[in-house]
Design a protein around this ligand. Structure first.
Ligand code: NAD
Length: 498
């Protein structure tokens, strides 16, 4: 962290409909992980800066929640159009500040836009329920109303998409919103807010506060914030969940992961290799849905490992802006050191490093694809999240044993099974304690229309991100029970004419 300002620009917050200078004098350099060049300075806001954003959001709330729902949806249509016109620009920003390949970044921006598209359905999805004659001439109805001011705290690995798991749904439902981007990748959301600024959205409906843990804790404690969404590591998820809940807020906290891919003996090998490679090494292994352990069942091991190692050796590592590159850098030099430390430790614990991505220049953030075999069942690398392009392979004799390995993890975010056996799939789907399951799919991330979340240490809360859960999270139910004393002749009795 540094407070030294170089010649590069310093970002601002977006509060009450305008870009504003935070009062804090703390800031951090944003680095391009592929080139190690500084891109900008990001301010690390104080609790007072957060307070200004919450005040703007609270002021905007009464008028925004009272707007006809169709007008809120129409605003999302214009946002969608604006984002669609900037897909390439936003994708380049994602790659430049986060490192993933440009193809992956485009896919991310497209998934971000899908969230807006789904949120435009709010006139339908926000509908309540009613029932006539719950007692004689008594009717009951449940209506949905917004929760109030909602905040989201997001990680570095999806600078475009993850903030949009929340923003469009929150405001569609009539809430006002504060986003705290990752301080490691603030540029994409800064650009998104420049685009939002050009649209006709009332001031204070959406706000952006840059910062680190200081502003996170201020969000968790702020009495003016009603709901908090968090995505990031398991340890911080637990902190966010407990502190925000202790302060009476609605919370959903999506945490870290250790995802297993089970390969059965009848799996179609070339397709399985493709699926495993893209899952383990796409985005340099920095997806919460990245597969980091392959469990081979029986003879699947000997069929899978040689072509998998060949494919991993063939992946080009480099700057993600180069279209021919398959694996970009990890987020920072310190992340590279941490990941290489994990590989060293696994090797010291007895694993065989059959594909070795260590050894890049110490001043760089590149780690090549790495595959470990002969990993002992109690090795730390099978339990802890590495969050880099490192794949451990373990052997099981039966599907039962494979399921036992998967379920022994404290995490339960995503998992995949590769097989042509419907019976094995049914069994696996029924028994795994994991929130998202892929069948012959390496990265089983649900599309916008389905809820996204893990189980166990990968998730604290009950309502998942996007899909129908988004409207549940961003609305409060109010149930009205009514009866009327006039008869159907037009209310004459009410006016004493009988
Ligand atoms: P992180 O937990 O370090 O940071 C996430 C956010 O929390 C950031 O905005 C950061 O400013 C803030 N933060 C960090 N440390 C904090 C602290 N001590 N107190 C308060 N706030 C703090 O996560 P990251 O490194 O940015 O992202 C990678 C992690 O996110 C991985 O563990 C990955 O699995 C997880 N992730 C999970 C999902 C999911 O859907 N479950 C999705 C994406 C990423």
């Amino acid at each position: 962290m540094t407070t030294v300002h170089t010649g590069i620009r310093t970002l601002q917050n977006y509060v009450g409909g305008a870009f504003t200078q935070p009062s804090s004098d703390r800031s951090l350099e944003v680095i391009n992980p592929a080139t190690q060049e500084p891109l900008a300075m990001v301010p690390l806001s104080s609790a007072a800066d957060l307070d200004a954003a919450v005040a703007a959001a609270r002021d905007a709330f009464p008028a925004w929640r009272s707007k006809p729902v169709i007008q809120r949806a129409q605003w999302l249509f214009t946002l969608r159009e604006r984002l669609t016109g900037h897909v390439d620009e936003l994708a380049r920003l994602v790659t430049t500040e986060m490192g993933k390949t440009i193809g992956d970044a485009r896919a991310e921006v497209e998934r971000m836009i899908e969230m807006v598209e789904l949120a435009t359905a709010v006139p339908t999805t926000m509908q309540g329920r009613n029932l006539e004659n719950v007692a004689t001439n008594v009717d009951a109805e449940t209506i949905r109303q917004p929760v109030g001011v909602c905040a989201a705290i997001v990680p570095f690995n999806f600078p475009a998409m993850v903030p949009f798991w929340f923003l469009p749904f929150a405001i569609a439902c009539g809430n006002t919103f504060v986003i705290k981007p990752s301080e490691q990748v603030p540029l994409t959301q800064n650009r998104v807010f420049e685009l939002i600024d050009e649209l006709d959205l009332p001031p204070g409906v959406v706000n952006l506060v840059n910062g680190d843990r200081e502003v996170v804790d201020a969000i968790l404690d702020h009495p003016g914030i009603d709901a908090v969404s968090f995505v990031g590591s398991a340890k911080v998820a637990r902190h966010v969940y407990s502190r925000a809940a202790a302060n009476g807020k609605r919370v959903q906290a999506l945490g870290g992961a250790k995802n297993h891919m089970v390969v059965m003996p009848d799996a179609v090998v070339p397709k399985t290799v493709d699926g495993v490679i893209s899952s383990a090494f796409g985005a340099a292994g920095q997806r919460c849905m990245a597969g980091s352990v392959v469990v081979t069942v029986g003879e699947a091991h000997d069929r899978l490992v040689p072509p998998l190692a060949d494919a991993a050796h063939g992946l080009q590592v480099g700057d993600g802006l180069d279209e021919s590159v398959a694996v970009g850098p990890v987020i920072s030099c310190s992340a590279r050191e941490r990941i290489e430390g994990w590989i060293d430790k696994a090797a010291a614990d007895g694993a065989e490093v059959i594909v070795d991505g260590r050894g890049a220049d110490p001043g760089s953030a590149f780690v090549g694809p790495t595959i470990l075999t002969n990993v002992s069942r109690d090795a730390d690398i099978l339990r802890e999240e590495v969050f880099g392009p490192v794949l451990a392979i373990v052997r099981a004799e039966t599907l039962d044993e494979a399921i036992e390995i998967v379920n022994s993890s404290s995490y339960g975010n995503g998992t995949s099974i590769f097989t042509e056996s419907g019976a094995a799939v049914r069994r696996y789907r029924h028994d795994v304690e994991v929130g998202m399951v892929g069948v012959n799919i390496g990265v089983a991330a649900p599309v916008a229309f389905f809820p996204f979340s893990g189980w166990k240490d990968s998730f604290l809360g009950d309502l998942h991100a996007h899909g129908p859960d988004a409207v549940e999270f961003y609305t409060r139910k109010k149930t009205v029970t009514s009866r009327w004393f006039s008869d159907s002749a037009g209310g004459a009795r009410l006016f004493g004419e009988h």
